[in-house]
Design a binder for this molecule. Structure first.
Ligand SMILES: C[S@@+](CC[C@H](N)C(=O)[O-])C[C@H]1O[C@@H](n2cnc3c(N)ncnc32)[C@H](O)[C@@H]1O
Ligand code: SF4
Length: 377
């Protein structure tokens, strides 16, 4: 089983917190789609022998594409790759794009899952973040998508925003979980260098919320999702039973994936490669046969580190049998030696077959993972 990721870099406006590769000059869109076609053809053997179980349009803003453009990309993927009949095909969409007519068009494509970037239901916060939608549009977009036949809808929320009170976060949670969605991804705001929020914080014009508040908001998220019957199957991802995102799960389980488009990453279990994060270079190099990506062959230590990073963040955790089978007794010894103190402190639970993070462990997952890594000398 394998997945295909397509990076659509265009956005109508750049949000104040975002450091994904994205541009707000849409003029290269037609040449970009032609170049995607070339890349798909060039790389049709990257996943040789694998069935395609998931296709994911991420961005940037994939909902900037027309039905015809989406169909063109999908038709090429279906022509070049063996896509399973029940493949999960997700489109990341911005609420302001999800007008009734566009949703109707989407429902006529093979796309069967939407991941809608709501981020907040508070108009003031949406404006601060530079979003183009308001709370009302967010609610309507989800309801319309559901009514048009999309029964598989996920939404994204950001917490830990400057000035976000516990009461406002509770209100966001109540609104989010009252919608017809089966998946919620929620991340704490990260201040990435180069973003507007980062600059404002540096100038003292924007204040980070205290750490205690951040932890409280994460706890509220975990508790509320649980009350609503959502399972926290990864640190920041919650879903109803059998509605886990197959695409994201495949990343965490170390399945192979092909990423096309500028900045997209690919992984074939032996190496990782990443495309140039510049749409002009992408278009230019892809058509002239020059390499448009960098590649890294993964050492055994890299593979072990990846295994820890991806597995420990899930509710299934690290399987004792698998880690021994994949990496041998020596690495297993390194692992058990370093995880011991977190078991004693209650941050990690040891079961008969696996190690998983406890609720307390979720709050210091970065520290735990870092302590289990093997740093190559
Ligand atoms: C590629 S982004 C956005 C997709 C879509 N264009 C949108 O804006 O909704 C995917 C998700 O990452 C999250 N995200 C992006 N930047 C973030 C940041 N700095 N801190 C926390 N979450 C972030 C947001 O929840 C966002 O919906
Ligand atoms: S958050 Fe989404 S819409 Fe905003 S700049 Fe990033 S990719 Fe574009």
């Amino acid at each position: 089983m394998a997945g295909i990721y397509i990076h659509i870099p265009f956005c109508r406006r750049i949000c104040a917190y975002c450091d994904f590769y994205r541009i707000d000059d849409l003029s290269d869109k037609p040449q970009f789609i032609d170049s995607l076609m070339v890349e798909l053809n060039n790389r049709k053997n990257y996943l040789a022998g694998e069935q395609i179980e998931t296709i994911y349009f991420g961005g940037g803003t994939p909902s900037i594409l027309t039905k015809a453009q989406l169909n063109k990309i999908l038709a090429e993927i279906y022509r070049l790759f063996p896509v399973k009949p029940d493949a999960e095909i997700t489109l990341e969409a911005n609420p302001d794009d999800l007008k009734a007519n566009y949703i109707k068009n989407l429902a006529e494509t093979k796309i069967n899952r939407l991941s809608i970037g709501i981020q907040s239901f508070i108009d003031q916060d949406l404006a601060k973040m530079g979003r183009r939608h308001n709370s009302k549009q967010a609610v309507i977009s989800v309801k319309n998508a559901y009514q048009a036949g999309f029964k598989n809808i996920g939404i994204d929320l950001i917490y830990g925003l400057p000035g976000l009170s516990a009461g406002s976060w509770q209100n966001n949670l109540e609104q989010a979980f009252s919608l017809p969605v089966n998946h919620v991804s929620s991340y704490h705001l990260t201040y990435h260098k180069g973003t507007a929020f980062y600059g404002l914080r540096e100038k003292g014009l924007l204040k980070e919320i205290p750490e205690g508040e951040s932890i409280k908001q994460f706890e509220m998220l975990i508790d509320y999702a649980q009350q609503k019957g959502f399972i926290q199957y990864e640190i920041s991802n919650f879903a109803l039973e059998r509605c886990f995102s197959k695409h994201n799960s495949a990343y965490w389980f170390g399945e192979k994936y092909l990423g096309v488009g500028p900045s997209a990453h690919s992984y074939d279990q032996q190496s990782r490669q990443w495309n140039t994060a510049n749409v002009h270079n992408y278009i230019k190099t892809i058509n002239s046969g020059i390499d448009y990506f960098e590649k890294e062959i993964l050492s055994e230590n890299d593979q072990y580190n990846d295994f820890i990073l991806t597995n420990l963040r899930t509710m299934w955790g690290i399987s004792k049998k698998e880690i021994k089978k994949k990496f041998g007794e020596d690495k297993y010894k390194h692992f058990t030696k370093n995880i011991g103190k977190y078991i004693q402190s209650g941050h990690v639970k040891e079961g008969a077959e696996s190690f998983t993070l406890s609720t307390q462990g979720l709050f210091i997952s970065d520290e735990i993972m870092a302590s289990l890594m093997i740093v190559s000398g």
